[in-house]
Design a protein around this ligand. Structure first.
Ligand code: GDP
Length: 177
């Protein structure tokens, strides 16, 4: 992980959304701490975590917000989306309903977030190959149709997690800088 002492050029707020138990908290902790917690339930009260990275020679502090379980009660408020430049919209490749609900989450973003928000659709738990219930092609088609970026990840193995975040941050950089 980059250890950047210099001044921060930009702070990018990114929100992580999607159904409960798809792995939002683990993806966040993989990206910001390179950790996966087997016995975790997310610390209530912690609103966001950060990681500072270099994108196109600029020092970018990614400020990544977790719903901290609020999505269970459909209580994700507009304050959560305010100022967000990017969204990681996560489903679980082993749970079809979590993919079927993605359209609803996109609507929620279109209603509450800035219209220029960059959205990355994430099919998480890609390590559970034998339990796959959502074919990659279904997600690719949906993402193309809706103008979203797409990646499959495993917070458990770490596969593609950094790649997905860097892609999102680069796209945000392209939109605002
Ligand atoms: P959240 O409710 O969306 O924040 O989901 P969590 O991050 O709490 O994860 C829900 C459950 O899925 C936990 O038991 C995690 O250990 C597990 N999990 C999260 N990501 C992965 C992954 O990539 N692979 C596997 N096999 N399990 C995962």
């Amino acid at each position: 992980q980059e250890n950047v002492q210099e001044k921060i050029d930009y702070v990018f707020k990114v929100v992580v959304i999607g159904d409960s138990a798809v792995g939002k908290t683990q993806i966040l902790s993989r990206f910001t701490k390179n950790e996966f917690c087997f016995d975790s339930k997310s610390t209530i009260g912690v609103e966001f975590q950060t990681r500072t990275v270099i994108i196109k020679d600029k020092v970018i502090k990614a400020q990544i917000w977790d719903t901290a379980g609020q999505e269970r009660y459909r209580a994700v408020t507009s304050a959560y989306y305010r100022g967000a430049l990017g969204a990681m919209l996560v489903y679980d490749i082993t749970k079809r309903p979590t993919f079927d609900h993605v359209a609803r989450w996109v609507e929620e973003l279109r209603a509450h977030a800035d219209s220029s928000i960059v959205i990355m659709l994430i099919g998480n738990k890609a390590d559970l190959v034998d339990l796959r219930a959502v074919p990659t092609e279904d997600a690719v088609e949906f993402a193309e149709d809706q103008g979203l970026f797409f990646s499959e990840t495993s917070a458990l193995s770490g596969d593609n997690v950094d790649g997905a975040f860097f892609r999102l941050l680069e796209e945000i950089y392209g939109v605002i800088c």
